[in-house]
Design a protein around this ligand. Structure first.
Ligand code: NAP
Ligand code: MG
Length: 500
């Protein structure tokens, strides 16, 4: 059957032009809440497309690195203004391609706005240090220098925020960029690139190549002209990228999985803790790297907490994120839904107590989407697979704990280390937990989600490889230090030797 309107085809952006992939192929981007809705067709690129984008970025780097940072900042500032103007449209586009509710996609675009303004501000700082030399008539300082072409590979759960965390610090620092968005959410990156281009980012400085990770992503990470790779995604793919980057000593930043926890102590404000556990566990349908997929509850308030929590979870309204009354959207795609369903089976077989949910939502308004009930397992043991492995869906495990030491052992007893939270009104416990939780982020009396752009973001253990995104930490990743000594004594002065 012929359709009335041909679907729009979104091309690659290479060297300042929208160009078709050399493959001539495009893939479908569909709405996960209603798979009848085609959001658009996107270029399914080849390794040659990726290499062409790197060539363009390498050429553009020659002049972009010499543009004064405050001038680069003016472009970012204009881009932020455009994002503000188009926030509503971009948020709707994002809900259509990704499924999360409109309030959350507005938050995602806002995060890109915040990051863009913030990094624009950095254009007039990018501070180094000046410091006395140990020798007379000698000047010493350190300054940041750009590195070159940065390849960026991003996931689908924060379709504009995460790309902005990478693009903005890279650009303000004088680097050029090739980004490969997740196949599930290319439109949001297309929108971001469009805005930056309109704001005046010169030709070749920012390039977009769509398509699969195994083709385009791999080609970018293998390219010898790419000295910097910034990846956010699964630990499994991060490990592959790490190995690919190693032989050439590419700078490689990996932000990966999480198995985050909310600890609820016996003196917690239980209403607040329930609010936090609902938002932390089921916001973004649990598809956040910082999702609170574990809740550890002190045994003396366990029953009370669980009954209130389950009651709230049962009342969550699941549906199309564009509907203002919806509280939780679909899973991103069929594969993710199947992963969730398989973990529900694993949980049952391990002997966890299914307290609510546990099924795919099918039929009626759910018939055309990848919906799953918000699901809570109780009486979980910390070593169960559902309490150890990242599910990335609307499934929360509740684990009884005896005291703070027990809670910290449980919290730290997973392979990941992104975010952890504690609900307590005891200041001593709050500080002890803050000290002893081995994660990149700790919250007190707030859930595991809620990062702000001017603070470092990232995790320990298998969540990350020691770098941080956002804040000045991002500038640290996208620059290298250059230390400069200027000797104006007109004679040879030997450090450590002539200084007595
Ligand atoms: P993913 O499967 O690892 O994919 C992430 C990106 O890598 C996608 O663009 C993907 O392309 C690409 N990719 C896949 N294989 C590749 C390869 N061999 N070489 C280069 N690139 C490759 O992760 P996801 O399913 O999109 O996202 C969920 C994961 O991201 C979760 O584990 C979550 O915890 C993590 N995450 C972490 C953070 C953080 O900051 N720590 C933030 C958000 C998400 P395709 O589009 O073709 O798959
Ligand atoms: Mg994937």
């Amino acid at each position: 059957m012929a359709t009335a309107v041909a679907p729009r085809i979104f091309k690659n952006f290479i060297n300042g032009e929208w160009v078709e992939s050399r493959s001539g192929k495009a893939y479908e981007n569909r709405n996960p809440a209603n798979t009848d809705e085609l959001v658009g067709m996107f270029a399914s690129s080849t390794a040659e497309d990726a290499d062409a984008a790197v060539d363009a970025a390498k050429e553009a780097y020659k002049s972009w690195r010499l543009v004064p940072a405050p001038k680069r900042a003016e472009i970012l500032f204009r881009a932020a203004e455009l994002l503000v103007q188009r926030k509503e449209q971009f948020s709707k586009d994002m809900t259509r391609e990704m499924g999360k509710v409109l309030a959350e996609t507005r938050g995602d675009v806002q995060e890109a706005i915040d990051m863009t303004y913030y990094m624009a501000g950095e254009g007039r700082r990018l501070f180094g240090q000046t410091t006395p030399s140990e020798l007379p008539n000698k000047f010493a300082m350190s300054m940041r220098q750009s590195v070159g072409v940065c390849a960026m590979i991003t996931p689908w759960n924060f379709p504009m925020a995460i790309p902005s965390w990478k693009i903005m610090p890279a650009l303000i620092s004088g680097n050029t960029v090739v980004i490969k968005p997740a196949q599930d959410t290319p439109l949001s990156v297309y929108n971001l690139v469009q805005v930056l281009t309109e704001a005046g980012v010169p030709r070749g400085v920012l390039n977009l190549v769509g398509g699969s990770g195994s083709t385009v992503g791999a080609a970018l990470t293998e390219n010898r002209d790419v000295p910097v790779v910034s990846f956010t995604g699964s630990t499994e793919v991060g490990r592959v990228i790490s190995k690919t980057c190693a032989p050439d000593f590419k700078h490689c930043s990996l932000e990966m999985g999480g198995k985050n926890i909310i600890v609820v102590m016996d003196d917690a404000n239980l209403d607040l803790a329930v609010d936090g556990a609902v938002w932390g566990g089921f916001g973004t349908t649990g598809q956040r790297c910082t999702a609170a997929s574990r809740v550890a509850v002190h045994k003396s308030v366990y029953n009370e907490f669980v009954s209130r929590f389950v009651e709230r979870v049962k009342s969550l309204k699941v549906g199309d994120g564009l509907d203002a009354s919806t509280e939780m959207g679909p899973c991103i795609n069929e594969a993710q839904l199947k992963t969730v369903m398989s973990y529900v089976e694993i949980g049952k077989n391990e002997g966890a107590k299914l307290l609510t949910g546990g099924n795919r939502l099918d039929g009626g308004v759910y018939a055309k989407g990848w919906f799953h009930e918000p699901t809570v397992f109780g009486d979980c043991r910390p070593n169960m697979r559902i309490a150890q492995e990242e599910i990335f869906g609307p499934v929360v495990c509740v684990i009884p704990i005896h005291d703070l030491e027990d809670a910290i052992d449980v919290a730290n007893g997973v392979p990941y280390g992104l975010s952890a939270s504690i609900y307590t009104r005891n200041v001593n416990r709050a500080f002890q937990a803050t000290r002893d939780l081995y994660t990149g982020i700790v919250y007190v009396n707030a859930p595991t989600i809620g990062a702000e752009t001017h603070l470092p973001f990232g995790g320990t253990k298998q969540t990350g490889n020691g770098h941080r995104e956002a804040a000045i930490a991002a500038i640290d990743f996208f620059t290298e230090w250059k230390t400069v000594y200027i000797d104006y004594s007109d004679k040879l002065q030997r450090a450590q030797i002539d200084n007595n």
